[in-house]
Write a protein that binds this ligand. Structure first.
Ligand SMILES: [Zn+2]
Ligand SMILES: [Zn+2]
Length: 425
């Protein structure tokens, strides 16, 4: 038997209503803020990620699915969404139509050690906003993330953490300061951190190892070394969040795994997930568009892991929406009539499950019960001859004969409220 690749999973029909719900709420809420959806390719030139994400990041060094195609080009499955969106921004000259607000959803690929809520093919919903440098944009984006997460049902357990990562003016001197500090404490750091402290010292602040956390407790932090411009930006962001009465926490050790972030960085965590608890993460990347060859354009964005959201929300309460009608035909001729009737009802907007695979009336009614349909329609030879069907309202157990031609009108009237795509709620 051939099985899925390690760390890669089917999303089975039972889980789909929750996923559709997460996507439908993204469409609705991001739309309220003027974001439109974009769909970028699942694979790109490897060079795109090396340049955008950073050649020295774990993602590019160790985690990408990279391959040569038959023409000899090096391609990679996308490990995240921002690089492709920035590429599209530059390629389509979107700097002429600022602000450009887009959101995306879909699978990303990283060769990581699989664990609960972390997979090698995982799914993200993310937003990118190009144009404004003003912290008003940061505040509005944060308000949008929080509105989304609250709306889907996570309100009680959310914590918003923010930090400033400085800019090309103030980060290099801070970086030197940090490296000097790390050199003195190097013997207390884990192997990973000793390796990366010169190349990517900020990541040391983010290390989950206990010994590193202890060692960097007194390390200098970026927010104490911001230039006046960054200080002003950060304090205005804090002011806007206070105005909006959005509680937040400043986490001076928060860094981003990707090189391109500057100034505002943020994470939303949920207490329900233990150590692996970030449900949304993002920040500013004002220099990336220029770095990718575009007209310099500030930008800010974030991404959310759908597997984690699904884990947090999945209390086993999400069920697919039951059909309006379970259609139970008895015998070949009735099946033929049933097939036609089912199509007629679907054309009227009803959800109809046609019994497949025959069976006695008793077994068909058992399946009708399991489907949780509101009505069952039974057609046998006697009914065919009289041109009627038997309609049963399942919850009441009441049944009546009804003329075949009157079935659509009757059912459409009684099932007028047809729910499309909100099976989760
Ligand atoms: Zn600065
Ligand atoms: Zn470490």
């Amino acid at each position: 038997m051939i099985q899925t690749v390690r760390g890669v999973h089917d999303i089975l029909p039972d889980a789909i209503p929750l996923w559709q719900f997460l996507e439908a709420r993204a469409l609705a809420i991001f739309g309220q803020y003027g974001f439109e959806e974009i769909r970028t390719p699942l694979f790109e030139k490897t060079e795109l990620f090396a340049r955008a994400v950073g050649a020295t990041t774990d993602i590019v060094e160790k985690e990408m699915y990279t391959f040569s195609d038959r023409g000899g080009d090096s391609l990679s499955l996308r490990p995240e969404g921002t690089a492709s969106v920035v590429r599209a921004f530059v390629q389509q000259s979107m700097h002429r139509q600022l602000p450009w607000k887009v959101w995306y959803r879909g699978p990303m690929f990283r060769y990581e050690r699989p664990q609960k809520g972390r997979q090698r093919q995982f799914h993200q919903i993310g937003c990118e906003l190009f144009g404004p440098e003003d912290p008003l944009a940061d505040a509005e984006l944060l308000a949008m993330v929080m509105r989304y997460l609250t709306d889907i049902g996570l309100q009680t357990s959310l914590v918003l953490e923010i930090n400033s990562l400085g800019c090309p003016d103030c980060r290099p001197p801070y970086r030197d300061l940090l490296i000097a500090f790390l050199r003195q404490t190097a013997s207390h750091l884990c192997d990973d951190c000793q390796n990366r402290m010169e190349r990517n010292p900020l990541r040391v602040l983010d290390c989950k190892q206990e010994r590193c956390r202890a060692a960097i407790a007194t390390a200098p932090v970026m927010i104490d070394h911001l230039c006046p411009g960054c200080t002003h930006h950060f304090s205005r962001l804090k002011g806007h969040l206070e105005d909006l009465e959005r509680p937040f926490r400043i986490n001076p050790h928060m860094v981003r795994g990707l090189d391109y972030y500057n100034r505002t960085a943020f994470e939303v965590t949920s207490v329900g997930l233990g150590a692996q608890n970030a449900v949304a993460a993002g920040g500013r990347y004002d220099g990336l568009v220029a770095q990718m060859g575009g007209t310099p354009t500030p930008a800010i964005g974030f991404a959310m892991g759908m597997e984690r959201l699904a884990l947090l929300l999945d209390q086993g309460k999400n069920r697919p929406a039951p059909p309006d009608v379970y259609l139970a035909p008895l015998g070949e001729q009735a099946e033929q009539a049933g097939l036609k009737l089912a199509e007629t009802l679907r054309a009227q907007g009803l959800a109809v499950t046609l019994n497949l695979g025959g069976g006695s009336l008793k077994s068909q009614m058992k399946r009708a019960g399991r489907s949780q349909a509101r009505f069952a329609l039974m057609i046998g030879e006697a009914e065919l001859e009289k041109n009627v069907v038997i309609l049963k309202e399942m919850a009441l157990g009441q049944q009546q004969e009804i003329r075949h031609s009157e079935v659509p009108g009757f059912l459409v009237n009684t099932c007028r409220t047809i729910s499309v795509g909100d099976g989760h709620r």
